[in-house]
Design a protein around this ligand. Structure first.
Ligand SMILES: Cc1cc2nc3c(=O)[nH]c(=O)nc-3n(C[C@H](O)[C@H](O)[C@H](O)COP(=O)(O)OP(=O)(O)OC[C@H]3O[C@@H](n4cnc5c(N)ncnc54)[C@H](O)[C@@H]3O)c2cc1C
Length: 405
């Protein structure tokens, strides 16, 4: 039995265990090695036509995943589906978090459209086989855009870099989204949040759309070079007199726009949980293997008490993060209206912080080897580091969650 085969959830069905096994194999045999290869390339090379990224994406879809890593199991209850989803996401992100996010964004628009009660848009995007992105952050507006639901951010001095204007029945967009948009240079469609240019309440008055990115006037920037999750493409989207027909609108106005954003960031935070449990477990698994093999003082280092204690600390952190992520995911699936915002944030912050701490401890355990590219741990450390800022900087998310206590 592998160390990570033991699962505290007592109601895993045969299908769930089989899905876990196939995801684990795919993560180990395909995602992990390709992730290590892509990590050493430039951001341009990662998305080049001959990049192995596309082979992984093709094989991922052949495994039967729908948008957002949904694996078909129609006979499961909502609670079981949520549990299976958390298991699948953890396994795949164990392989490579950046590749997993890219694959998870593939064909996700129909699911998003259905979630917002828009079967017409679900049908529209189902005909387009493409990666999507969530475009929120703007140059000069990271936390401003995450936190515009907070009263302190309703400030007319905060001016959007992407300006939305109503024009007849449609909308006119001018400006840009920041280079931080995941899959920004490769996505074919976009969940777009933009604020009205003349709003007296900062960014809180705006419009959310689901749009195809081949509308006239849309261009892209260069892919961004960054420290961690280098396998995940990041890049700007520019808008020049882009006319967006009303049929692509999800919500508009100071009443509903913040509500839609809060639902979006809440769900994104929930999804980050199992992903970074996967990264934490990957770091722990590496450290455990290494400690069993690396000899100092004439014995494998795992035989030294201080190393045992460090490994146990890592183990309990991974278990605690997984338990919390799954419990909140299941509650979210069965409770009417889902879980409160602060619970979703608690999942994101706990799991990403765990991934960072466990990866950091794992790197320490590798000694100098941990700093080299000969071993996988420095990449996991960098990937985990990025997660503390992704989908809202953890401190900022904490401030927002705290205002709801
Ligand atoms: C890997 C990755 C993927 C991402 N993917 C996407 C994506 O798909 N789409 C997208 O739109 N964006 C994405 N982002 C952007 C991300 O959401 C922002 O980076 C994040 O919201 C922080 O914004 P910022 O980087 O501009 O930092 P800033 O907002 O400039 O924050 C700088 C510092 O100031 C602090 N700060 C700011 N305001 C306050 C306050 N009121 N009180 C106390 N402290 C404060 C912050 O906590 C932070 O420490 C991604 C980021 C990363 C790293």
């Amino acid at each position: 039995m592998e160390n990570s085969d033991f699962d505290l959830d007592i109601d895993l069905t045969e299908e769930m265990l089989a899905a876990r096994t196939s995801c684990r194999r795919f993560a180990r045999e395909v995602m992990r090695p390709v992730g290590q290869q892509l990590d050493r390339l430039t951001a341009e090379q990662v998305i080049a036509a001959d990049s192995p990224l596309w082979t992984v994406l093709k094989r991922y879809t052949e495994l039967g995943f729908g948008g957002g890593a949904d694996i078909g199991a129609a006979d499961l209850s909502p609670a079981q589906s949520a549990l299976l989803h958390a298991i699948v996401v953890e396994e795949l992100a164990w392989g490579d978090s950046g590749i997993f996010i890219t694959c998870g964004l593939n064909n996700i628009m129909p699911q998003i459209a259905r979630g917002f009660g828009r079967p017409d848009l679900a049908e529209f995007f189902a005909q387009r086989d493409e990666i999507a992105c969530l475009a929120v952050t703007e140059p000069g507006h990271g936390s401003d855009h995450i936190a515009f639901t907070e009263p302190g951010y309703r400030d007319p001095r905060i001016k959007p870099a992407l300006k939305v204007r109503r024009q007849g029945d449609d909308f006119l967009l001018n400006g840009q989204k920041a280079a931080w948009v995941s899959c920004g240079t490769i996505a074919g469609s976009c969940i777009l949040f933009g604020s009205f240019e003349d709003s007296p309440i900062g960014l809180a008055d705006g419009a959310a759309f689901l749009i195809p990115l081949d509308l006239p006037g849309i261009t892209r920037g260069k892919p961004l070079e960054k420290l961690g999750q280098r396998t995940l493409n990041q890049g700007e989207i520019f808008f020049s007199d882009v006319r967006v027909p009303r049929r692509f609108l999800l919500a508009e106005g100071a009443e509903t726009y913040p509500l839609i954003w809060e639902a979006m960031i809440r769900d994104a935070n929930l999804h980050m949980g199992p992903q970074f449990v996967g990264v934490a477990r990957a770091a722990y698994d590496c450290a455990l293997d290494y400690a069993k093999q690396w000899v100092q003082g004439g014995v494998p280092i795992i035989q030294h008490q201080a190393v045992k204690v460090r490994l146990f600390d890592m183990f309990r952190k991974v278990e605690a993060a997984r338990s919390h992520a799954r419990r909140v995911a299941v509650a979210n699936a069965v409770k009417p209206g889902g879980v409160p915002f602060q619970h979703a944030v608690s999942v994101k912050v706990l799991c990403t912080q765990t991934a960072f701490e466990v990866a950091s401890d794992a790197l320490q355990l590798f000694g100098g080897n941990g700093l080299t590219k000969e071993y996988p741990i420095e990449k996991l450390f960098r990937d985990a580091r990025a997660s503390l800022i992704e989908d809202g900087e953890n401190g900022m998310l904490g401030i927002m969650a705290a205002s709801r206590l």
